[in-house]
Ligand binder design. Structure first.
Ligand code: SF4
Ligand code: SF4
Length: 278
């Protein structure tokens, strides 16, 4: 089973959920945890893996041969990211906007565009006891982590039981993380912002035909719109993790809260509800 843990915005508790589910499952079986939150991978704070495999990830970005270029403008017209522009003095590529899709070099009628490699980040893998771990790290300022996530998943151990910590939000990187998953756990908060952001990721999962369930984190009171929306859409609330100073303190110290029996039961219930046998 491959499970993605996601949320409509950062800081809601995605990593709390993915690391503690991994911790519980690792007591019984082999499991792979992939941290796809490539702008800020935090899972390793809770496990301290040493990495035995590292790989640099490069993107192919365009390079212009001004001798061949006629300034026809086709490349700029075809770039949906506004990363290439044609001026009187020639063509300029804005590497920080380029997603490396290669469209500009295909459409250029004069073969004036070749491609050169640009480093965008790294992926790294480690293992301890039953846990196989991988994480991606996007270089600061890079616009997209899609290639890093794709490569992280492709070069993973592909263990039968996988948990993926997705990037926050509803971007292309989230869609890349969700590909080939069997189940999505969406983490939210019982607030108007939580409701708004939760809906955007639910819509992605619905479009991708994914089964899903909701965890309400830092729960202290109901926000009835959330429950009504979930009932209407037939989506189950898997658990409500209480608002707790003790949980916040343990998390801030890099401790797994499932080591405490009081909280372990929460994660066991989640696994039972989504049908992962322990
Ligand atoms: S498509 Fe080719 S020839 Fe036309 S402006 Fe771009 S690089 Fe120059
Ligand atoms: S490779 Fe794609 S994103 Fe980059 S400049 Fe060309 S068309 Fe734009």
């Amino acid at each position: 089973m491959k499970i993605a843990v996601l949320s409509g915005k950062g800081g809601v508790g995605k990593t709390l959920v993915s690391t503690n589910l991994t911790n519980i499952l690792s007591k019984y079986t082999k499991i792979e945890l992939l941290d796809c939150d490539v702008e800020e991978p935090n899972s390793n704070i809770f496990f301290n893996f040493e990495f035995n495999k590292k790989e640099k990830i490069n993107l192919l970005v365009p390079e212009i041969d001004n001798q061949k270029c006629t300034k026809c403008g086709l490349c700029a017209d075809s770039c949906q990211f506004g990363a290439i522009n044609v001026f009187n003095h020639g063509v300029m590529v804005f590497n920080s906007l380029c997603h490396g899709c290669g469209v500009c070099s295909i459409v250029c009628p004069h073969e004036a565009i070749s491609e050169k490699e640009k480093s965008i980040g790294t992926i790294e893998y480690g293992q301890k006891n039953n846990i196989y771990f991988g994480q991606g790290l996007l270089n600061i300022g890079e616009p997209s982590g899609v290639k890093i996530i794709r490569t992280l998943k492709k070069h993973s151990k592909n263990i039968n039981l996988q948990i993926l910590d997705a990037p926050p939000g509803a971007s292309c990187s989230v869609v890349e993380t969700l590909k080939n998953m069997n189940y999505a756990i969406i983490v939210t908060e019982s607030t108007p912002f939580g409701f708004h952001d939760m809906k955007s990721v639910i819509e992605i999962c619905q479009k991708m035909g994914l089964k899903m369930g909701i965890i309400i984190n830092r729960y202290d009171k109901d926000y009835t719109e959330i429950e009504e929306y979930l009932n209407k859409n037939n989506i189950e609330i898997l658990e409500k993790i209480p608002f707790s100073k003790e949980i916040a303190l343990m998390y801030s110290k890099g401790e797994l809260i499932s080591q405490n029996d009081k909280y372990k039961i929460i994660f066991q219930n989640i696994l039972n509800k989504i049908g992962v046998v322990q």
